[in-house]
Design a protein around this ligand. Structure first.
Ligand code: NAD
Ligand code: GLY
Length: 368
């Protein structure tokens, strides 16, 4: 097992990573607050992991363990699902020292965290992420929330978990498409923060997607370490943390434009990464070999490298204006100064951005 820490003074917390950790659930005992807990999962994950998790939870010093199952899918990351969780907590008499345990992907983790942030003005929560995306990204850092029909993740709160338990064996039941989508967020870390990690990914991508145990653990650890370092420096995204959103302004616009749940979040981010590289190259910051290398990686993963036909440049551009980084009506984007070095900037012309978007509405000009 490998252990990392997100350093946030009195709210610091551990990330435990390893195979079979669901069976080693005693690790979370010190991070419960009282004798009550509620396990929140969805109707897909529950088929695989509800019984083993409930059995494992018996090892803990808990008097009341409730279960709340939410509907599966990004389209259910809503205030309605959030409210159902609040109702379950109230009906089952949960007190301020209860613990919400999120078992599932990023959707479950984000809603559960937001429910915990709001229930009685804030209660304890623990993340047990079961998708690759959640294991490398969404379970760490305390961004929680739900979507609004007009915009992705527009309603939410910063609320840190007290512990993250990552069982890498859970990835064995994950569909290949989800695995590839999660890998997009791993590639993001190389692009924004570590050239050597990007090169390692280029060398190990086949082993990673085949779930070679050592490679998977290494990729998760490296990703979480980068995320923990950034969150430790800028918990509430006053500056540096925004670089974690490389490709996301494009990606969120694609997700919102298509309707939540059409493309996976990681798929939209994958294309967003390519667009961010294209614009960084277009304004003369980035060597144009990087976009080609990225495209090659994405193609190996069969991730999208062009926009769907039913989304126009105009639609994307107007949806990009809804992004949380927009200040005084100008779009701010995370772009790459070089491989491993990202910045938030307004230093591009709208014409250049439009040219980038146009590049991806027809087969991309970046050759592989
Ligand atoms: P998801 O939660 O929808 O999970 C993907 C699919 O995999 C679902 O159908 C789920 O039921 C299924 N699943 C989960 N674990 C499984 C397993 N072990 N075996 C089989 N099936 C399994 O999606 P996701 O990709 O995990 O997360 C995407 C969400 O995360 C988006 O809403 C995104 O906005 C959010 N996100 C949040 C942050 C953050 O910092 N909070 C960061 C990145 C993404
Ligand atoms: N996924 C972006 C962040 O956590 O800040």
């Amino acid at each position: 097992m490998r252990t990392l820490t997100v350093e946030l003074q009195d709210r610091s917390y551990p990330i435990f990573i390893g195979p079979g950790l669901l069976q080693n659930i005693r690790l979370i005992q010190p991070y419960l607050k009282g004798p009550q807990a509620i396990l929140i999962t969805n109707d897909t994950v529950s088929q695989w992991y509800l019984k083993p998790t409930l059995n494992a939870l018996k090892q803990l010093d808990l008097k009341q363990v409730d279960i709340h199952i939410i509907a599966d899918g990004e389209q259910h990351k809503t205030l309605e699902t959030f409210e159902q969780i609040q109702s379950a907590l109230l009906k089952k008499g949960h007190h301020r020292n209860t613990t919400l345990i999120a078992l599932g992907g990023g959707v479950t983790g984000d809603i559960t965290g937001f429910a915990a942030a709001c229930y009685q003005r804030g209660v304890n929560f623990i993340q047990i992420p079961t998708t690759l995306l959640a294991q490398v990204d969404s379970s760490v850092g305390g961004k929680t929330g739900v979507n609004h029909p007009l915009g992705k993740n527009m309603i939410g709160a910063f609320h840190q978990p007290t512990c993250v338990l990552i069982d890498t064996l859970a990835l064995r039941t994950l569909p290949q498409r989800e695995l590839a989508a999660g890998t997009a967020e791993i590639i993001k870390y190389g692009l924004i923060y570590s050239e050597s990690f990007f090169i390692w990914l280029e060398e190990n991508i086949e082993k990673l997607i085949a779930l070679d145990p050592e490679t998977v653990t290494e990729a998760i650890e490296q990703s979480c370490a980068i995320k923990a370092e950034i969150v430790g420096q800028d918990e509430q995204e006053q500056g540096l943390r925004a670089i974690l959103n490389l490709g996301h302004t494009f990606g969120h616009a694609i997700e919102t434009g298509l309707g939540f749940g059409q493309w996976l979040h990681g798929e939209a981010v994958a294309l967003g990464l390519l667009m961010a590289c294209d614009l960084s190259e277009r304004i003369g910051w980035l060597d144009n070999s990087i976009g080609k290398r990225l495209k090659h990686l994405l193609q190996t993963l069969t991730l999208p490298t062009t926009l769907p036909k039913n989304l126009s440049t105009e639609q994307i551009l107007s949806l990009m204006k809804l992004d949380k980084k927009v200040l005084n009506d100008s779009i701010r984007l995370v772009l790459l100064r070089s491989l491993g070095h990202a910045v938030v900037t307004e230093d591009f012309l709208t014409d250049q951005l439009i040219k980038t978007l146009n590049t991806f509405t027809t087969p991309t000009t970046l050759s592989s």
